[in-house]
Design a protein around this ligand. Structure first.
Ligand SMILES: [Zn+2]
Length: 120
């Protein structure tokens, strides 16, 4: 009987710890979800602000610096994407095999890659 009550007490303590842990884990999940929602809301606010400024519907000296920064990064990203796309679509003039962006010779037929193509 004594052993049983001791075991039961240990079990209760364990269950309480698990419950407390679960509660904390739930709080952390709620926190993470709220943080994610906040990030998304801020992103949306930023995008809408950017669009308004780009359309010249919003003019704020305080926001100009951030606006210019976003616009520059956006342009860089588009240029990088265009470059990656151009790299992918390059092909050998002789055999039409796809070429690496920096390839000097075709890996399929060995033809020299035109310098004009490499420069573009
Ligand atoms: Zn080739």
């Amino acid at each position: 009987m004594k052993l049983w009550s001791g075991l039961k007490k240990a079990k209760d303590v364990t269950m309480k710890a698990v419950a407390a842990g679960t509660e904390r884990a739930k709080e952390m999940i709620d926190e993470a979800a709220l943080q994610r929602q906040l990030n998304e809301a801020c992103l949306e606010l930023g995008q809408k602000t950017f669009e308004l400024m780009a359309a010249e519907k919003l003019d704020s000296a305080e926001l100009t610096e951030a606006f210019v920064k976003v616009r520059e990064l956006n342009e860089k990203l588009e240029a990088a994407r265009a470059g990656a796309e151009a790299g992918k679509t390059r092909e050998c003039a002789a055999c039409k095999a796809p070429l690496d962006a920096d390839a000097a010779f075709c890996t399929e037929c060995g033809a020299e890659v035109a310098k004009a193509a490499a420069a573009s």
